[in-house]
Design a protein around this ligand. Structure first.
Ligand code: ATP
Length: 345
């Protein structure tokens, strides 16, 4: 599928501004961004619920919408799973799936619905009604209904957000595994950074109707192209500083800088919470920063601590797997500035 220079305005709101992207066959894309950045509008234009002011969308090289063409939604071979699943409450599970097969001859449709229900593991619930299903089961019915007519592309709008945290991860990984097994081309809309990092072959990050960055999870997480992308995927510590002849001067001290092409001048140094390390013992305190613990959040595998240091206005947020004493107040920290990112904006 290819989206080419698509724009959509609502009065003075530019919901989409000159958006271009392509999705390869079998690819799973996560479209992410904060609320109101245009994700749903883009899905609506691809599915035919809405039309762009300008630009084109192609599926299998055929235009489905452009200045002169508009293929009706039901002719597009685009499947949609909505956030609330949109199941018909008065139809059974199987009848809901059959709804996706209205244009298929009855005998074939029934066999296909059975096949899809088996695929999502719900054969034994075929005659139940939606209110008799858990959230995860309802999600699987919606998935079966959308996949039944073998769409060219499946669009999923926040498909896991109605599920509670524990169930969400399980349903998500099972759904992704199934979609990969079927080779389905998918766009998943989410505002959950962790979900995007774990689910997609590629992530497309949007802000205010524009694409800010796209790439694999590793590319975008390790090499964000600016503060917006960095902040979206990690709670960085933002430390003001000045680059001067291969070093950075900060309120926490001066550190060597090797990993930036930026010229001398003011920058913001971005350090991940896991790249600030508590130093155990008192033997090796050279090049460490002393701080006072002001907050602790035990997370199980790791612990997050807030630490007030020197002249820095906001406390540092660190994440460690060390088991620190319960009464610890003063702490020494080593900043792994080799792994820092530097932004000037
Ligand atoms: P969320 O994550 O909250 O669902 P989103 O990224 O999907 O947000 P959209 O629903 O695409 O965002 O909306 C993009 C912008 O366009 C928002 O500012 C929204 O208020 C506006 N918008 C969307 N649909 C309409 C409409 N029918 N009329 C007026 N403004 C609209």
């Amino acid at each position: 599928m290819e989206v080419s220079s698509v724009s959509r305005h609502f009065d003075t709101t530019a919901a989409l501004q000159d958006i271009s992207l392509s999705v390869a066959s079998g690819e799973i894309i996560c479209l992410v961004g904060h609320s109101g950045c245009g994700k749903t509008t883009l899905l609506k234009i691809i599915s035919g619920i809405d039309t762009p002011d300008s630009g084109s969308v192609f599926i299998n090289n055929q235009p489905i919408v452009n200045g002169t063409h508009f293929i009706e939604p039901e002719q597009r071979r685009v499947g949609v799973v909505f956030q609330n699943y949109a199941l018909f409450p008065h139809l059974t599970v199987k009848q809901n799936v059959l709804f996706g097969l209205r244009k298929t001859p009855r005998a074939t449709a029934s066999a296909r619905a059975d096949e899809l229900l088996a695929l999502v593991g719900l054969s034994h619930m075929a005659s139940r009604y939606p209110h008799m299903l858990s959230g995860g089961e309802q999600q699987r019915v919606a998935l079966a209904r959308a996949l039944a007519p073998t769409p060219d592309i499946l669009l999923m709008d926040e498909p896991f957000s109605n599920l509670d945290q524990g169930l969400r991860q399980k349903v998500r990984s099972e759904t992704i595994a199934l979609l990969r097994q079927l080779g389905t081309t998918v766009i998943i809309v989410t505002h959950d950074a962790e979900e995007a990092l774990s689910a997609g072959d590629r992530i497309i990050l949007m802000k205010s109707g524009k694409i800010i960055q796209q790439g694999t999870a590793h590319e975008i997480y390790d090499h964000p192209n600016g503060r917006y992308a960095a902040d979206f995927f990690c709670s960085f510590n933002a430390i003001p500083g000045t680059i001067k002849s291969g070093t950075i001067e900060t309120p926490l001290g001066t550190f060597p800088v090797s990993n930036t092409e930026l010229s001398d001048g003011p920058v913001t140094m971005y350090l991940r919470p896991s790249h600030i390390l508590p130093v155990a013992g008192t033997d090796n305190l050279q090049n460490t920063t002393e701080g006072t613990v002001t907050g602790r959040h035990f997370l199980g595998e790791t612990e997050e601590l807030l630490i007030r240091t020197g002249d820095l206005q906001t406390p540092l947020r660190i994440r460690t797997s060390l088991r620190l004493p319960a009464n610890i107040q003063k702490i020494h920290l080593q900043l792994d500035t080799d792994k820092a990112l530097f932004f000037r904006d």
